[in-house]
Design a protein around this ligand. Sequence first.
Ligand code: GDP
Ligand code: MG
Length: 688
Amino acid sequence: MGSPILAKEETSSPPPQLVSVPKMSLLKISEQEKQSSLIPVVNHDDAPIVSSYNDRIRPLLDTVDRLRHLKIMQEGIQLPTIVVVGDQSSGKSSVLESLAGISLPRGQGICTRVPLIMRLQNHSNPSPELSLEFNGKTVPTDEKNIADAISLATEEMAGKGKGISNSPLTLVVKKNGVPDLTMVDLPGITRVPVHGQPEDIYEQISKIITEFITPEESIILNVLSAGVDFSTCESIRMSQRVDKTGQRTLAVVTKADKSPEGLLEKVTADDVNIGLGYVCVRNRIGDETYEEARAEEARLFETHPQLSKINKSIVGIPVLAERLVKIQATIIVKCLPDIVRKINDKLSANLVELNKLPKHLTSVAEAMTTFMHILGYAKESLRKILLQGEFDEYPDAKDMHGTARLAEMLNSYSDEFQPKKPSESDDVKDKFLDDEIKVLEEIRSIGLPNFLPKSAFLTLLRRKVNLISDKPVEFVEKAWSYVENVLIAVLLRHSENYPQLLSGTRRAGHNLISKKNEQSVDWVKDLVQMEKLTDYTCNPEYMASYNKLISHQTEFINAVQRYFLQPVISIEEFGRVNVEDLHKMSGVVEAFDLKMRMTAYWKIVMQRMVDNMALHLQYNIQKLVNNEMQTEIINELIGSQGNGLERMLEEPPSISEKRNKLKKSIKLLKESKDVVANIMDRVVDNFN
Ligand code: GDP
Ligand code: MG
């Protein structure tokens, strides 16, 4: 057997000098070449060129085929491909069969219903090896059974009946003498659905065909039957739509034997703009063997009165094989660098995207470790921000500079309690001793008049404390609300890669701060109550301040008595005071004393409020950061049954789907990268 399209491997002793392949020029056939029948006849003794050519192109083609096998086209990376199109029964399968030297399913009933990738590989072993690859498996077959095997595989992929599918079936033909070619045979175009075919068969098929022939990397092998008007061919219309100038379209005219009349004129006129030119062939008819068919073809074009006039450079299956091999080499050499670049670009883009995806935890142990890490990091960050005043993690986020912001809050809180320094522009105070006098009147009892009752002081104190009692509560609430913001920001930052933790963490942070806030409010309320209950201080400031204030007493009394001379006097700390009405009142001396005591004591009270607050806050933030946060979050996220860790392992299906897709794609691209890794040097060495 053997199909002598190409010279056998052993033909030439030392391999002939490699012919350098002109780059895209191969794809272009000159106008002259297309039209003239004067160009020299292809001498088939030149065939070893093709053979050595094969040796060099083979690794490149293998690379492309391996990429195709990896399904790199799923990644949107197009491969150089020879796509066979043609109207139904134009002879597509017959042409492929002729090129491969095997029998394919022919005729109406078993026309191609799925894309058939045909990989022809020349091998030196005289016995052919055939196999089908589909649905991830490889099924060996042989020439006798190939038709059935394809039908079976087609059924498995596209179902029984006449339906079609766009997932391809690969037929590998290793045979001595075949050209190294990979082509895709597509379902033939039918306008009218035959019995059993779906109504929209035309739309389905043209969609598949368009998908295959649109990429610039595709070479369109347009199979035309000699008997038809080319311009009415559906396949011509389709290829013209995606390849307007025809620069990647090659026409094969079949059935030259059946319609020899006017064929020469047809291919010479080139009404349909076939950029890569025509090759006229005669395929196997009936039960002819492959060899008989080739001999018949050669005889036909040699002897037929009309067909013999056609230039030998555009007739016969061997010429077609040679043209295709060269075209294939050119397109591969042209496309490979781009493919390599696309693989690299896609790979790095996918890796970046994968890294951006939230991390996936696969075991409870891993979840535990991760969780403890998050807590550890969060604790460290909070310690820096809230206790130590180190802001290296948030250099520009002023909101996160915890110690500074808390100090600011405390300062303005303390300012609220500072008595305002009197100034000359203040209004004159009319009711300077009103409160004190009233209190003294109310608690008046039987006793010495110049004896200051303690209850008067306490009543006044309570009143004053009541007036400010909201302030410390407001302050702690404000402080904790700030700490909550910081705490949650830090926790979320450290668990941002684990969306499954986010809501629980946020809740835990919130609960914890609520608790802390409640405790602080209780404590502050106690503090206020304590101030109301007892007047005490060991602070010498009090006596010093009181003595200073009371030293104005004589001056004050004098002023009251001589109100008619000068009703307004200025007293340190209180500013300008109107004493006019005081001469009518009793107990003014006690009231003055009471006011001075209260003023001195109130400073102490206010100081205590601020100092205690500062210590309380600092102490509680420290407790929070050092252990309460950990305990609370562990309780919240892990739960008393410890099942929270399992929850950490779950993730939304959308994320895991995306991750799996990316991983698959990355694996494919990495494999593809390996496939093309070495080939580029060869492309550069051999074809430049
Ligand atoms: P496809 O539908 O395009 O795959 O066409 P086929 O390859 O199945 O061919 C359709 C019919 O045309 C078959 O009966 C073939 O035997 C016949 N045929 C194909 N090529 C030739 C040829 O060059 N000469 C003759 N006489 N018949 C051919
Ligand atoms: Mg077919």
